[in-house]
Design a protein around this ligand. Structure first.
Ligand code: IMP
Length: 455
């Protein structure tokens, strides 16, 4: 139930002069504000009704967005969540790395469920292609790394593909359908076979890979276009765009817990570089946070719980990675992370998910600072060493101990739950605009007046 969208429309319509295109909803970036898996897919699906375009701008099939509609459950890795909404056009932008096999499989899967991708899915000709040597390098490098150096990657070849992009030896979707592709590919395989040998990984037969990739190129060709022009034209016509972040701020290559991060900019800035839509066309940033915190893979996680409460959050929250199936590490809400996310992304309001997972917790904790070697950190330290050694400083609040999944309005939440949301707003300096209390599309509500937060 999305009650508060009408006031937003009114505001925009009143503000629109005769020469200004009427836009139903502002161009919006939606990002994960923790370590990924915040439930972005569900929130995107809910607010997509107001947007004509949904754009993925970074990452690849390392992401996993789960959306439940009725009794159907969709797990999307590469396709923008907007694909599930009829009439919504979807773009895989230049900042994404594309595994053609994964893309083809996902297109076939949604088509088999009756969802058409024809003339509504567009893949940037500038997006880089994940090749089999990228996947092998990812897998074997991780496999050989000492325990303390393992990143815990999804082994989808994401890091090596971005590394080749930066080294200017990558192949792009546009190359895939170009006559020069066979020779480019042979050259790349020749060079990468040496790297694979050094890693004790199997080497590749260039002609076999070529045959496979040419088959995928043939079926994907209709989708490969200049998405920069497409998106900017849509924007000029007044159609609104939702930029769908993958992973989360703490996995961002620049701002995350480096080196335990992914290889792209999961923060709001990545939406512009990853799509070709300029910064001044972005009008709103929504940060998705879970009511607690989770992390998959290795790396520091200050509020991680190694006790029965952590196990209960994992069980009740069904915290298993939708891409790799790995169990997620669980812990309390970390307001140091959330404040940092708010600053780095310019977050206008939070979409807070999985509130209902806390329904049975008698006491709820919020980390407001870290302490390490006699020093208190209120802002996010860059050092992984500090993050690993620090102790969170907690505030405690009483839990509400009652089910919330049926609730559709902020006012109907139990008093301790309202107090928890209010306290999160105070500590992070950002309003909670959307609350999700269950996995279904309709167990989400928008708090009144949230759109008035930006002048
Ligand atoms: P990569 O993106 O496969 O290179 O993995 C790098 C790190 O990011 C690992 O810790 C992964 O578990 C994590 N990661 C990548 N994608 C996601 C995601 O969608 N959600 C949560 N963690 C992710």
């Amino acid at each position: 139930m999305l009650m508060a969208l009408e006031p937003l429309r009114a505001v925009l319509l009143m503000g629109a002069g005769p020469e200004i295109q009427v836009r139903f909803m502002a161009n919006t970036i939606l990002i994960g504000a923790q370590w990924g898996d915040e439930g972005k897919g569900k929130i995107i699906d809910v607010i997509t009704t107001e947007h004509q375009w949904v754009v993925r701008y970074q990452g690849g099939n390392n992401a996993g967005h789960t959306v439940e509609i009725g009794d159907q459950r969709y797990v999307l890795h590469l396709l923008p969540s907007g694909i599930l909404r009829e009439g919504c056009s979807c773009v895989i932008g230049n900042g994404v790395v594309v595994d053609p096999a994964a893309l083809k499989k996902e297109i076939d899967e949604v088509e088999a469920q009756g969802i058409s991708t024809k003339d509504r899915l567009f893949v940037s000709d500038r997006a880089h292609v994940i090749m089999p040597y990228h996947r092998l390098i990812d897998e074997y490098r991780e496999g050989r790394a000492a325990i303390k150096d393992k990143i815990g990657t999804t082994k989808r070849g994401i890091g090596p593909t971005y590394a080749d992009k930066a080294a200017r030896v990558g192949l792009r979707m546009g190359d895939l359908i170009d006559a020069s592709f066979p020779n480019q590919l042979r050259k790349r395989i020749h060079e990468n076979n040496r790297i694979l040998e050094a890693l004790n990984a199997p080497t590749l037969d260039a002609e076999e890979v070529l045959e496979q990739y040419q088959a995928w190129a043939t079926s994907l060709q209709p989708y490969i276009v200049d998405t920069v022009t497409l998106l900017n034209e849509a924007d000029r016509k007044g159609e609104s765009i939702l930029f769908e972040g993958a992973q989360g701020v703490m996995l961002d290559i620049d701002f995350g817990t480096y080196p335990f991060v992914t290889s792209s900019n999961a923060t709001a800035g990545g939406a512009c570089t990853g799509s070709g839509v300029p910064p001044h066309r972005i009008e709103r940033v929504i940060g998705v946070v879970k009511a607690y915190t989770t992390r998959v893979g290795e790396g520091p996680f200050p509020t991680e719980l190694h006790d029965a409460t952590g196990m209960e959050l994992a069980k009740v929250g069904n915290e298993f990675g939708s891409t790799t199936g790995r169990p997620r590490r669980c812990g309390w809400f970390d307001a140091v992370v959330a404040r940092y996310s708010a600053v780095v992304n310019g977050i206008d309001f939070w979409a807070l998910t999985k509130m209902d997972v806390l329904d049975n917790q008698p006491v709820i904790r919020i980390a407001v600072a870290y302490e390490c070697a006699g020093r208190t950190y209120r802002d996010m330290p860059a050092s992984v060493g500090v993050l690993e050694a620090c102790r969170p400083v907690y505030e405690e609040m009483p839990g509400w101990m009652t089910p919330t999944t049926h609730i559709q309005r902020f006012e109907d939440l139990p008093e301790p739950a309202r107090a928890y949301l209010t306290r999160l707003e105070e500590i992070t300096g950002v309003r909670v605009g959307i609350v999700s209390v269950g996995p279904q599309r309709d167990s989400t509500f928008i708090i009144e007046d949230v759109y008035a937060t930006r002048s």
